[in-house]
Ligand binder design. Sequence first.
Ligand code: TXA
Ligand code: MG
Length: 358
Amino acid sequence: MNVKTRVIKVNPINPDEKSIAEAANVIRDGGLVVFPTETVYGLGANAYDSRAVIKIFKVKERPMDNPLIVHICKLSELEDAASEIPREAYIIAKKLWPGPVTVIVWKSNRIPHEVTAGLPTVAIRMPAHPVALKLIELSGVLIAAPSANLAGRPSPTTPEHVIKDMYGRVDIILDAGETLFGVESTIIDVTRKPPVLLRPGPIPVEDLERILGIKIKIPAFARGVMEAEKALSPGVKYRHYAPDTPMVLVEAEDYSDFEKYALKVIEIAKRHSLKGLKTCILASTETRNYYIKAGFRVLSLGSRRNLYEVAKNLFKTLRKLDELRVDIAICEGFEEKGLGLTIMNRLRKASGYNIIRV
Ligand code: TXA
Ligand code: MG
């Protein structure tokens, strides 16, 4: 692939309309634009143009059976992309959009089957980012977009990540700095009764249950502990978020005794370093000093008291890990509550299910 890529800097809060209009023209003409959202960067194309959509799969090296999310900028567009819209989708749309939640609903005939990988359903969300909203609005179409990483790599949360994976493959990269949440949207399938969580994200499932007033089913694959059935969410069967460095995830029943947990992590790390492996520990702020004192290299994920910080640092840290060129990473686990579920889903996949329970 050898496309001339233009990187255009835009102000994330008050973007210059002229630059976005240029990118919107590229979308309308069947080209590819990487754009910021509040979660991660997206690799966008005109959702109504199957040829443009096929380019996304080629450029990302993504299997064609893994469907894309359709991004909209106003509520009425939900009805352009969907044919039948369950009540729960409207509630989420009204209370949480624009925002980091994607709903799965029945698709309309206007959406080509390449977008949904032949499924009768479609994933839709309205991103809470001025640049993304303006781009959709000015393009006059809906924008199909996966995360703007090469398939299998951690999702991009900074322009540097995007440039590394997408330069020379897309027409325009809109650079609006680091994204806010750093993990991809929460995905909920509201075509099922009860609704099913397909991917935990920035909006905790507990919040969705409160807003909808019903229990949401959390299948094992949404926790990241098992490969999914294809029928539920095609994407989950692929390797995800993985750093090139092999990673072991150390899970505990209880993380509240920091010292006790850290000593167990050190024991595991020593087992690897005694074999002559260069070992790095991915740690929370609460425990990092134990590892530094024990002589280990540490990458900080953030505080256990602020899981938004951990989520935001997660993919960035996985990419940083590969730059260290160590032989193995030992990664701390987090309690599976609220955003902890989102973090554990990503970490379990990033470890390739290489998990030690202590
Ligand atoms: O925050 C996000 O959601 C970002 C930004 C760019 O919007 N997008 C993103 O897209 O993470 P992607 O393609 O990396 O992940 C979308 C996931 C995939 O796992 C895919 O399998 C699933 O959504 N998906 C899409 N359509 C689906 C459908 N009709 N039924 C079930 N799962 C679906
Ligand atoms: Mg992705």
